[in-house]
Design a protein around this ligand. Structure first.
Ligand SMILES: *[C@@H]1O[C@H](CO)[C@@H](O)[C@H](O)[C@H]1NC(C)=O
Ligand SMILES: *[C@@H]1O[C@H](CO)[C@@H](O)[C@H](O)[C@H]1NC(C)=O
Ligand SMILES: *[C@@H]1O[C@H](CO)[C@@H](O)[C@H](O)[C@H]1NC(C)=O
Ligand SMILES: *[C@@H]1O[C@H](CO)[C@@H](O)[C@H](O)[C@H]1NC(C)=O
Ligand SMILES: *[C@@H]1O[C@H](CO)[C@@H](O)[C@H](O)[C@H]1NC(C)=O
Length: 525
């Protein structure tokens, strides 16, 4: 019944929206980003929109009105011209180093690689019109110029959570005590030192981004995006003028904070209750694992095979002594000295595995995609963070009572065994994870329907300028009320000065009277 009502509702919405020509620019080649953004393009096409997606990941099975413009497929290491490092070495990187050495340089090189790809260049040379441009917000701002090229509204989609920069650009309250930098590396973000570090990183990132990185992105716009109507606004102004910002978060797991109506949380968008089937062999294995399963996967980037030998052996020795089956993403053909209860695979259908009731705990790196998958399916997490937002995601799981962090340098048999036993023996982690899963899904509309609703809202309302914050049109002084506060301070000071002067005069008169000067001459009393 409810399902039918919901379907009716969605169909009603769909009929109110003419189909549009949409350009979906998500060329960033890192797989986890694509996993989150993939359903948006496919669902828009399923609803009848003509979708042209600029991407590094080819879909085989898609609606006929879903058109792919494939960019040259390079990893961030290819474009940086350096060999892929052992990603576990990134645990030594500070947030500043991560930006300087990887994210900024890599972002620029990947953006350039995408824009100069033959298929993109031929799209840009055609005489095309688009009603809407949706672009990923992640170190590839040059793609925002496409909105200007096609004179179309711009929607931004982020695979991350909010931060100060996004709030500044949308005119949202900063809420700096509870909104931490995307890659904050503090162990306690709300402590004094955590907040100081947060402020510092936000400011550091903002200035480098605004006065260096954006300039470099603009060079790429000039070099690779032809036929731009003049004058071309700055990328900063284009980003500020975006109609919507989608974030990969939800208040039921991350902190509730104030958001303007054009900032929409769609965390969990890539997840459905009935995901595709598990392959038969894994299904059988999971069904038969009545003692439960420990699932080990450090994500699509980090490879377990790169663990140093002593840490790898610690894992193997602890797994060997478990009664549970261990399912481990191990990226080599085989694992030497593999215990009987350990099953390795080079790639795992993770969402489907996590949805199996026999999964007891997820040993993870704490990436946002995997963490949200565990939250959605109610699986406790033991996280070994390596870089980026992983520390932060695991702190959220810890606060929810469904996870814990094991620092990379603390990996040894004793620590791993202690934590695993705690999670396997004490079912309160599992209970809280189930509860978190229930409230994560408890929303008026699924995240995918929410995204569709708002995208079509922007189409229906021709860019929906009315949902953009009025503060964007104000200057910094007006927005922060500094003129009004200044005025009040001046009036207050003037009054105080006048009162003081009168009081001074009055006390002088009193004094003169007291010492016997004729009070008839002095009329002040
Ligand atoms: C839909 O998009 C494709 C590819 O971008 C384009 O060739 C086609 O003309 C578009 N169709 C309409 C009806 O605009
Ligand atoms: C690009 O490479 C990634 C892995 O490096 C792969 O997952 C993806 O399918 C590739 N895309 C295309 C279009 O071949
Ligand atoms: C593109 O469109 C413009 C104006 O609409 C027209 O003058 C021009 O000839 C077109 N170019 C091509 C290659 O079709
Ligand atoms: C494994 O199972 C046996 C028998 O049920 C039990 O005695 C033992 O404590 C279990 N080991 C662990 C590590 O849970
Ligand atoms: C901002 O976007 C709207 C559409 O959402 C567009 O009409 C307007 O021209 C844009 N303004 C600037 C300064 O780009």
């Amino acid at each position: 019944m409810l399902g039918i009502l919901k379907l009716g509702f969605v169909l009603t919405l769909a009929t109110f929206c003419e189909t549009a020509n949409i350009l979906y620019a998500i060329p960033y080649s890192v797989k986890s980003h694509y996993i989150m953004q993939r359903p948006v393009g496919l669902e828009l096409a399923r609803r009848g929109h003509n979708v042209t997606v600029i991407t590094a990941h080819r879909e085989i099975d898609h609606p006929p009105n879903y058109h792919q413009v494939i960019v040259v497929n390079k990893t961030i290491w290819d474009v940086l011209g350096r060999e892929r490092p052992n990603l576990f070495t990134l645990v030594e990187y500070s947030a500043e180093q991560l930006h300087k050495e990887i994210l900024w340089k890599g972002g620029l090189a990947l953006t350039e690689g995408s824009l100069k790809s033959a298929e993109v260049q031929s799209l840009l040379a055609e005489n095309r019109t688009f009603d809407l441009v949706i672009s990923e917000l992640f170190f590839q701002e040059a793609t925002y110029a496409l909105a200007h090229k096609y004179n179309a509204p711009l929607i931004l989609i982020s695979t991350m959570v909010n931060c100060m920069k996004h709030s500044l650009l949308t005119g949202n309250p900063l809420e700096l005590a509870t909104t931490s930098f995307e890659f904050l590396d503090a162990s306690n973000p709300t402590s004094f030192w955590g907040r100081l570090r947060n402020l510092y990183l936000n400011v550091y990132d903002y200035f480098w981004w605004r006065y260096w990185f954006l300039e470099k992105q603009e060079e790429l716009v000039r070099k690779y995006i032809p036929n731009l109507p003049q004058p071309v606004p700055s990328l900063y102004d284009l980003e500020k003028n975006a109609s919507l910002l989608f974030l990969n978060s939800h208040f039921s797991f991350q902190s509730p904070v104030a958001f303007l109506p054009n900032i929409i949380e769609i965390g969990g968008i890539h997840l459905k209750e009935s995901d595709s089937q598990l392959p038969a062999d894994l299904q059988k294995l999971l069904d038969e694992a009545t003692e439960g399963v420990v699932y080990v996967n450090f994500g699509s980037n980090v490879r377990s095979t790169e663990l140093p030998i002593e840490k790898k052996n610690a894992l193997i020795n602890v797994f060997k002594r478990l009664n549970q089956t261990v399912l481990w993403k191990w990226e080599a053909e085989s694992l030497d000295e593999k215990p009987d209860n350990v099953v390795v695979r080079k790639w795992m259908p993770q969402k489907e595995i996590l949805s199996h009731p026999n999964i007891k705990v997820f040993l993870s790196h704490g990436g946002l995609i995997g963490t949200l998958e565990a939250v959605f399916h109610g699986v406790p997490i033991i996280g070994i963070p390596v870089y980026g937002d992983q520390y932060k995601n695991l702190i959220k799981a810890e606060e929810a009572g469904t996870g814990t962090t094991l620092l990379y340098h603390d990996i040894n048999e004793e620590n791993l065994e202690r934590i695993l036993h705690e999670f396997l023996k004490d079912d309160s982690y599992l209970k809280r994870a189930k509860e978190l899963s229930r409230r994560f899904k408890d929303r008026p509309m699924s995240p995918l329907d929410t995204a569709m609703y708002w995208i079509e809202y922007v189409i229906r309302n021709k860019g929906a300028d009315h949902i953009k914050s009025p503060s964007l049109k104000m200057n910094w002084i007006t927005y922060n009320m500094l003129d009004v506060y200044g005025f009040i301070v001046i009036i207050f000071s003037l009054c105080s000065y006048v009162i003081y002067k009168i009081w001074e005069l009055v006390s002088q008169c009193k004094f003169l009277v007291r010492i016997g000067f004729g009070h008839r001459k002095l009329k002040c009393l």
